[in-house]
Design a protein around this ligand. Structure first.
Ligand SMILES: [Zn+2]
Length: 154
């Protein structure tokens, strides 16, 4: 599962999250609405993670929108990989492994958070257990990339 930085679909979901009235303009397009509705839960979870890591004032940081987009991009890739990995495990196909990451357009490299390591370059193993998936979310929120994004006003 490879997401990418600056994703337009995720950005649209974040913009609707930040300004719900924008949803009305998109609501007539069923395809777009279907994609947005799926992403919205990821955006909500990402916003909550950032809030837990940085406090309620995080939404007023200059790079909040961009950080939320990038947090949602990686969460969406990790969550989708996590879901696939669980389905594979249930099908008892233990030899198959799901990997995920985010292609960073500005750096031409793949970034993927992982627990127990500071080296976040390249694809990472999907987490099949819910507990470590939750810990991963906290690690992403507190990562140097998120701090950098929150402080930038690009
Ligand atoms: Zn995209």
């Amino acid at each position: 599962m490879l997401g990418h930085s600056g994703c337009g679909a995720v950005s649209a979901a974040v913009d609707v999250f930040l300004n719900p009235s924008e949803y009305l303009a998109l609501a007539t397009n069923r395809t777009v609405r279907g994609i947005l509705d799926q992403l919205m839960i990821v955006v909500h979870a990402s916003a909550r993670r950032l809030q837990q890591a940085f406090g309620d004032s995080v939404a007023s940081r200059p790079g909040y929108r961009q950080a939320l987009v990038e947090m949602a991009v990686v969460t969406n890739a990790a969550f989708t990989a996590h879901s696939i990995q669980r389905a594979i495990r249930e099908a008892a196909a233990a030899s198959l492994t799901t990997l995920y990451g985010v292609y960073l357009l500005d750096r031409c490299s793949v970034w993927a958070p992982r627990l127990g390591s500071d080296d976040w370059i390249g694809l990472a193993d999907a987490r099949a257990d819910v507990e470590s998936f939750a810990r991963l979310g906290a690690a992403v929120a507190g990562s140097s990339r998120m701090v950098q994004l929150l402080n930038s006003d690009r």
